[in-house]
Design a protein around this ligand. Structure first.
Ligand SMILES: NC(=O)c1ccc[n+]([C@@H]2O[C@H](COP(=O)([O-])OP(=O)(O)OC[C@H]3O[C@@H](n4cnc5c(N)ncnc54)[C@H](O)[C@@H]3O)[C@@H](O)[C@H]2O)c1
Length: 260
């Protein structure tokens, strides 16, 4: 991790705040948990990956941070509500919901299986939807906010990842429409749309046989990949009071992928 300004925690910015972060066992979610904890937040980390959660909890607890790890799948509505309830009970409230967990895969459109299609929507769309539902009344009480992780894929056409792009387009609309519905309240709802970020999601990305690489070039870009800490730094800004002017914003951090 390079020591750029966006990677440097702002001391005390989240003191007294509680954040529920999904996907916190890996990649962008993990970096965000580390960042918000370093800025004083108590964290409820929700993920299906028990080992990754265990490692995160150990690392954060060693710094003196307050962190609760919860193993559960956001594909289940009941789990979404139970995670929010645990956050209120054990950490005393909720100030920030970070919908970060997500899955991706590439296939020729005709070969997307029904199982993969439904799984993609269950994780990437159902989870954020039901977590927003569960969290909103609690966020209203504390003028809290939601940060959803969308993608450049939600803002442009992407060959061979049609289902994934559809789910991220849904996150863009979840963000904008919920921002409209909460417009007269103090809650804020925003999204970050990262481009390529080094993580286990991209590390495990399998390119199907027989693809036309020219069609993938627009979402490969010209400047390589970013680090999870870049997104964590932007997340911290948006979710803190520094981001109070943002509501319904879709913030690209993608090394120019969506410039054209
Ligand atoms: N890495 C990129 O290039 C990139 C680009 C744009 C957007 N994104 C988005 O950023 C988010 C984080 O991705 P990442 O790159 O850090 O990936 P990652 O694979 O490193 O982390 C994703 C985490 O989500 C968890 N998860 C998966 N299914 C879950 C479920 N059902 N319930 C709870 N947790 C679950 C995984 O266990 C993992 O810890 C995703 O929403 C992804 O779509 C990533």
């Amino acid at each position: 991790m390079s020591d750029t300004a966006s990677h440097r925690p702002v001391e005390g910015r989240f003191e007294g705040k509680v954040a529920l972060l999904t996907g916190a066992a890996s990649g962008i979610g993990r970096a965000t948990a580390v960042r918000l904890a370093a800025e004083g937040a108590a964290i409820l980390a929700l993920d299906v990956d028990a080992d990754g959660l265990g490692a995160l909890v150990e690392e954060l607890a060693a710094t003196g941070a307050t962190v609760v790890g919860r193993r559960g799948s956001i594909t289940e509505r009941d789990e979404c509500f139970a995670a929010v309830a645990q956050c209120i009970e054990e950490l005393g409230g909720l100030d920030v919901l970070g919908n970060i967990a997500g899955i991706s895969r590439a296939d020729h459109f005709a070969e997307v299986s029904e199982t993969d299609y439904r799984r993609m929507f269950a994780v990437n769309v159902d989870g954020p939807f039901f977590l927003c539902q569960a969290a909103l009344p609690h966020l209203q009480e504390r003028r809290g906010n939601i940060v959803n992780i969308a993608s450049n894929a939600g803002l442009m056409g992407t060959a061979y990842t049609v289902a994934y792009s559809m789910t991220k387009g849904a996150i863009v609309q979840l963000t904008k429409s919920l921002a409209m519905e909460t417009a007269k309240t103090k809650v804020r709802v925003n999204a970050i749309a990262p481009g390529g970020i080094v993580s286990s999601l991209t590390g495990g990305f399998h390119i199907p046989e027989g693809v036309d690489l020219d069609l993938m070039q627009p979402y490969m870009g010209f400047r390589g990949m970013g680090a999870p800490e870049e997104i964590a730094g932007l997340f911290a800004f948006v979710a803190s009071d520094d981001g109070r002017n943002m509501h319904g914003s879709i913030l690209s951090s993608d090394l120019g992928l969506t410039a054209s």
